[in-house]
Design a protein around this ligand. Structure first.
Ligand SMILES: [Zn+2]
Length: 307
């Protein structure tokens, strides 16, 4: 059930292939007999900009901060929530400093979780956020996991909407039931509705957080969002790189707040090794790509939309 299981298998297989190729590669690029295995390039996030309680206070605008991984903090005129926060306890080597510790978070109106994988649903993070968080929201399945942890959780069906403070949230469809393709990974049969995205309506514009998903026609026919929490992982269980480009170009003026990249030390594992420079060469209006540092504020504003 864990994404790490796939990562370990793939890394192992690639390692075997590399072992077979190492001789010719090293001999063609190096002089002498000393051979070192050079690590494959992986794009890394800018240096973290830590923040504290001030990020959760009253505000006259809507501020978004990437948390690393696929996580974001949003403060919309004082209504505060996180999506998919992973701020501690991940079980693979991490490349970033987390911008805040869960125990330093003073208050959250909500935590939203897109699906059960531990790069999105971090049990230690959520347990340590519990004392500061009014409510957790996710799919029906993830709600059942949250209930088992004693979190104040609510489960929703795809298309369901709910409100807290100044923010309205609607669950959008996802296609990420990859577990069924790997016999032995889980005894449970996963359904598409176990995972979701979120459509967020704030007083300062809309945000679309599609979550992890394969590309579906619905991803290309959303209303134009004022910002997208943008996963561009070149993974067959995500949009793929080409699919991410299609999404970017379907909303050619929407700012793309990059996520799901630069956070985990996994140069051979496509869900974690996206490269913003490659994306910039492939999409319309690359200037709207926001390569945020973990913790760096982004101010949400409505964009101009065609008819
Ligand atoms: Zn993920």
């Amino acid at each position: 059930m864990k994404i790490q299981t796939i990562a370990i298998i793939i890394t192992f297989l690639i390692g075997l292939i590399r072992l077979g190729n190492a001789q010719s590669t090293a001999d063609s690029t190096r002089q002498g007999t000393a051979k070192t295995v050079e690590k494959k390039y992986q794009a890394r996030a800018p240096k973290t900009q830590p923040f504290g309680a001030e990020a959760f206070g009253p505000s006259r605008q809507t501020t978004v901060r990437w948390l690393g991984f696929a996580g974001f903090l949003v403060n919309s005129r004082g209504t505060t929530f996180m999506i998919d926060p992973v701020l501690e306890g991940f079980d693979m080597p991490v490349l970033i400093d987390f911008p805040i510790a869960p125990k330093a978070v003073p208050r959250l109106d909500a935590v939203l979780v897109t699906h059960a994988d531990n790069d999105h649903f971090s049990v230690p993070t959520n347990q340590d956020l519990k004392r500061a968080t009014k409510a957790y929201h996710s799919t029906i399945y993830v709600d059942s996991l949250m209930q088992n942890l004693g979190l104040p959780a609510f489960g929703h069906t795809i298309g369901d909407s709910f409100k807290f403070g100044r923010v309205k949230v609607t669950l959008t469809p996802a296609d990420h039931a990859y577990q069924n393709a790997y016999p032995g990974m889980s005894k449970r049969h996963f359904k598409n509705e176990d995972a979701c995205g979120f459509w967020l309506e704030t007083p300062d514009g809309t945000i679309w957080a599609p979550g992890d998903s394969r590309l579906t026609p619905g991803h290309l026919s959303m209303p134009t969002p004022d910002a997208i929490f943008f996963d561009f992982s070149d993974s067959e269980w995500h949009f793929t790189f080409e699919g991410a480009v299609k999404i970017a170009n379907a909303y050619p003026n929407s700012p793309l707040l990059l996520c799901h990249w630069g956070s985990v030390d996994a140069p051979d594992f496509s869900p974690f090794n996206g490269d913003p420079a490659r994306l910039a060469k492939a999409i319309v209006n690359p200037g709207r790509i926001k390569v945020l540092a973990p913790g760096e504020p982004f101010i949400l504003k409505p964009i101009k939309k065609g008819k």
